[in-house]
Design a binder for this molecule. Structure first.
Ligand code: ADP
Ligand code: MG
Length: 235
């Protein structure tokens, strides 16, 4: 190989798992005040990124567009090289089921199902046989330190414990990307931090990328990179 052939190619860029370019999104009736105004973001496999910004800066909207829940009016999102805009609704739903996990501010657990069943449900929906799903859900809850509470209903758990069930549910199917919207904000300080720490630790173990939207500064030391969201843009 001639000298310099490698040097001239420069460092090899890690493969982008999420590549979002110039995203625009305006809610119906927002009179030109777009929630996203040219947001661009790249996330590589296994990377944990915090989207930090004030309330109203566009973090939730950005998570929804990145995960295909909202369609941008301009710009593009590629997931592992696949353009979300080129997929029909069914294929987009399939991608979400297969590859994404979600953690919401208010946990969004099904109140009539036990902790274990909440986790099992996403596994059986993905086609896992129910016996395997049961074993896997139990192991995932144990990894989050709530194995002994697996048979409780959400109402029988503290907020911090419910969020741990939600994290177990998000990670159980081994997604390549977890989207977490304000995962600490319904919790007291200590349990909020514990939930964020566990989310990052379990995601690292499983090499899942995580995009966390939060105004909580205490999360910053747990992540690989902080991206500021200001007026619908990433800076
Ligand atoms: P953040 O998550 O950073 O607080 P959002 O993405 O929720 O910000 O909101 C960005 C902007 O979009 C804000 O101006 C907000 O008022 C507006 N917005 C959010 N959701 C809706 C909605 N469902 N309908 C109309 N406007 C919305
Ligand atoms: Mg929000």
């Amino acid at each position: 190989m001639p000298d310099g052939a490698l040097a001239s190619a420069g460092p090899i860029e890690p493969h982008a798992l999420i590549e979002a370019r110039d995203l625009r999104y305006g809610y119906p009736g927002s009179h030109g005040e777009d929630a996203l105004r040219g947001a661009s973001l790249k996330v590589v496999a296994g990377e944990i990124v915090l989207l930090r910004g004030h309330s109203g800066s566009g973090k939730t909207t950005l998570l929804c567009v990145l995960s295909g829940l909202l369609t941008p009016s301009d710009g593009s999102v590629r997931i592992d090289g696949v353009d979300l805009g080129a997929l029909g609704p069914a294929a987009r739903t399939r991608l979400r089921l297969d590859r994404f996990g979600f953690v919401f501010q208010r946990f969004a657990l099904i109140s009539a199902l036990r902790a274990r069943e909440n986790v099992e449900l996403v596994l059986t929906a993905g086609g896992m046989p129910s016996r395997d799903a049961r074993q896997h859900a139990t192991a995932q809850l144990a990894a989050l330190g709530i194995g002994s509470k697996a048979e409780r209903l959400p109402a029988e758990l503290s907020g911090g414990e419910q969020q741990r069930v939600a994290i177990a549910r998000a990670l159980a199917k081994r997604p390549s990307i977890v989207f977490a919207d304000e995962p600490t904000s319904s919790l007291d300080r200590a349990s909020g931090m514990e939930a964020a720490r566990l989310l990052c630790a379990v995601a690292r173990d499983e090499h899942a990328a995580v995009v966390i939207a939060s105004h909580d500064d205490r999360i910053a030391p747990l992540v690989d990179r902080v991206v500021e969201v200001i007026d619908g843009r990433c800076v």
